[in-house]
Design a protein around this ligand. Structure first.
Ligand SMILES: [Fe+2]
Length: 353
């Protein structure tokens, strides 16, 4: 009996190791950060394979999907101009928040009066301000308290991030699991914020918002045309590459470039535009701190299990980004339990209705 249990156990361990091997297939296994994340993933996957075996069953293929028409757009602008792409229009409230955030003379009352116009925004701000990520848990019951404690700039950025994010509604196409997209974005925001704190990169809050919004282009690509989304995933699977490499092959640009164009069109703050546009671009990552932090936070988030559910392989971690940030592997090992705690608590707070 014991031998049977041991045999099953070692079979699961072997399967977990194999699964982790796949996730990090394109990553440089000599990189210390990658080995830390890989051994963390092996343990997590082993645990999940025992507790949530259904998660590891092959996903049913999307049936009745016509092959993609193969017409490459001329570029991100051309793609956005196509009828198939429904870009959420910029709500009035976002314009008003931007006005407050961009004006150094804005007072707390200016921001509170904008927030109070939208009950959904009030609820989101209160939830976010009370979540573990902001150290003020459970003490904030009005937007004016949130603004007083966080300050106009921070609260304004949070409002900006919350409103932008809430524009993405579940579409009928549903190739992208909105729940996973949301969790990944929150995880990336928190990790970016904590990297900034640990590496002493200045105010960590803008990094949270950049992380929250970094994949807006991905949402648009995957929810624009079902057959295009399926084609990207099919290619990623067939060639064993990450989905953003597959996006490049299919479209000639990836979601990061598209996200940059969208956030620029919306006139979001330049740091958000740079983070969205540059987080998969090795050249931008070399010189731009925002893009470097979001690249690393995005990779860490997916490696820690807060992935998008699109393809198993997570690509590679850019070494220049790590250099730009200046975080050490030891600091990162120390940080992992805090990251998990903050992410899980924040998701719990945001999910509680
Ligand atoms: Fe991305």
């Amino acid at each position: 009996m014991t031998t049977t249990i041991q045999a099953i156990d070692s079979e699961i361990k072997e399967a977990a190791d194999k699964y982790a091997e796949e996730i990090f297939r394109q990553s440089d296994n000599n990189c210390e950060f990658v080995s830390i994340l890989k051994s963390d993933a092996q343990k997590r996957i082993y645990h999940d394979m025992i507790n949530y075996p259904d998660e590891f069953k092959d996903k049913p293929k999307l049936l009745n999907v016509e092959p993609w028409n193969g017409k490459k757009p001329l570029g991100p602008k051309d793609f956005l101009n196509k009828k198939a792409v429904v870009l959420p229009s910029l709500p009035q409230i976002l314009i008003q928040i931007k006005r407050v955030v961009n004006n150094p003379a804005s007072t707390a009352d200016d921001l509170v009066s904008v927030i109070n116009k939208d009950p959904k925004l009030v609820a989101s701000i209160l939830r976010l301000a009370n979540s573990e990520a902001f150290d003020l848990s459970g003490t904030i019951d009005t937007p004016s308290k949130a603004v007083a404690l966080l300050g106009v700039q921070k609260a304004g950025l949070l409002a900006l991030g919350t409103v932008s994010f809430s524009m993405f509604k579940k579409s009928k196409i549903a190739v992208l699991e909105l729940e996973k997209f949301w969790q990944h974005s929150i995880a990336c925001g928190i990790i970016a914020q904590e990297i900034a704190r640990t590496a002493k990169l200045g105010d960590p809050d803008p990094f949270f918002v950049s992380g929250l919004l970094h994949d807006i282009g991905l949402h648009i690509i995957f929810e624009s045309e079902r057959n295009l989304a399926v084609e990207i995933l099919r290619l990623a699977d067939a060639k064993q590459i990450s989905f953003y490499d597959a996006e490049m092959e299919v479209l000639g640009f990836n979601h990061a470039v598209l996200g940059g164009v969208i956030s620029q069109d919306w006139e979001l703050p330049p740091n958000l535009v740079r983070a969205a546009a540059g987080h998969h671009d090795p050249e931008i990552i070399k010189t731009d701190l925002e893009a470097a932090v979001i690249h690393v936070a995005d990779y860490f988030a997916r490696a820690l299990g807060y992935e998008l559910g699109l393809s198993l392989i997570i690509g590679d971690l850019n070494k220049d980004a790590l250099k730009t940030i200046g975080i050490t592997p030891f600091q990162f090992i120390e940080l992992i339990p805090r990251l998990r705690l903050l992410i899980d608590e924040t998701l719990k707070t945001l999910n509680s209705d």
